[in-house]
Design a protein around this ligand. Sequence first.
Ligand SMILES: Cc1cc2nc3c(=O)[nH]c(=O)nc-3n(C[C@H](O)[C@H](O)[C@H](O)COP(=O)(O)OP(=O)(O)OC[C@H]3O[C@@H](n4cnc5c(N)ncnc54)[C@H](O)[C@@H]3O)c2cc1C
Length: 385
Amino acid sequence: MQNTAEVVIIGGGVSGTSLAYYLAAKGIQEIVLLERENIAAGSTGKSAGIITHYFPDPFMTDLDLKAGEILRNFQAQVGAPIDFTKSDYLYLLPHTDILHFKKAVALYKQKGIPVEELSMNEIERLNPAFTSEGVGIAAFVRDAGYADAHSVAMGYAQAAEQEGVKIFRGLGAVGLKTRNGKVRAVITAKGEIETNIIVNAAGPWAKAVGLMAGIELPIKLLRHQAMLFRPPFQIQFQASDLVQKVYFRPETGGYMLVGGGEEDDELTENPDFFNRGADTDLVADLGARMTTRIPAFAESEYITGWSGLLDCTPDWHPLLGKMPGFEKFYIACGFSGHGFHLAPMTGTLLAELIVDGKYKTADATALSVERFHTGPIFRRSFLDT
Ligand SMILES: Cc1cc2nc3c(=O)[nH]c(=O)nc-3n(C[C@H](O)[C@H](O)[C@H](O)COP(=O)(O)OP(=O)(O)OC[C@H]3O[C@@H](n4cnc5c(N)ncnc54)[C@H](O)[C@@H]3O)c2cc1C
């Protein structure tokens, strides 16, 4: 095994593989990526793969837009198919959130995002199977889509390997050697890799990797469930129904992918031990909520369900930049349920910080972990604008 590297990336999810790809594209020669299982074995392999706008602030909206552009053109740019499907996105919010959401819609319009507010009649016209019960405001975004997150990570990994990145699958970092704010080596079961630059892209395990250097990252883990149903109708678009606290999108073969809102998510302490299936009571509960929105959903067949982990920060925005107290120890984690659609920007921005010493595409300093000490922190979603 290789025992020196210019950069060692810990974690082969969509964040770590994206970074490996963009670092190699910037000419870094000796890049090692350690993945203790397989590429996309963590949250990436569980992702719903939705690409839309979730944030209420101009900076994150710019990142969404830039990342979405790369995902739409992934095959041409990175060279791998990712099953990208263009699919409009419907937002449904309760009466209590009308003012907040109007501000987000105004921001999106200002950014040139094709978004329009819908009247209650228009929701039902969009798809006659829908009811507008409990909806105070609705909007439709026309530049959204979804893709296969596993294929995105595989695509980045394979393209990075073609550029000379060494990916070790089934080999985890078990310890770090650091001294006086400098990194020295990553310890694995097969020996040490000496390096001056380490990146923690370990998703739900990022907190454990931080602790290897004595730093406690502000991340809590939530177990998040998604399910596949076969409904007796077709939908052509995706939706976040924040009245019923459920999101859904079409899936190939006439299926529908349905996910629960965060109130259904359960705190998990150890990312190695959690129930990876779906809970029977949540299947029934999400089914009932879907039926309130779309009465014909009652006739749906439940196919399967799964759980993954969300690595959530206190403001539900990512941690990107340097590990506090270290010169060349970087982090890309805490994606709080948004790591898939942001991944092209995660890799692009962190590669700039590492190679050029500063962000170029967008100044992402605001995402540094220091924000929780120095402020300001982000507003969590357009619900609390
Ligand atoms: C059910 C579900 C639905 C989701 N839907 C969406 C969505 O629609 N849109 C969206 O943008 N996001 C979504 N997300 C969130 C998204 O999937 C994640 O934010 C994203 O995949 C995080 O990628 P990552 O590379 O940071 O972490 P991960 O994919 O978890 O990768 C981390 C990797 O690090 C490896 N690792 C851990 N410890 C070590 C170690 N010590 N040494 C070496 N390797 C290590 C792990 O094996 C893992 O492969 C969803 C998440 C879930 C669970």
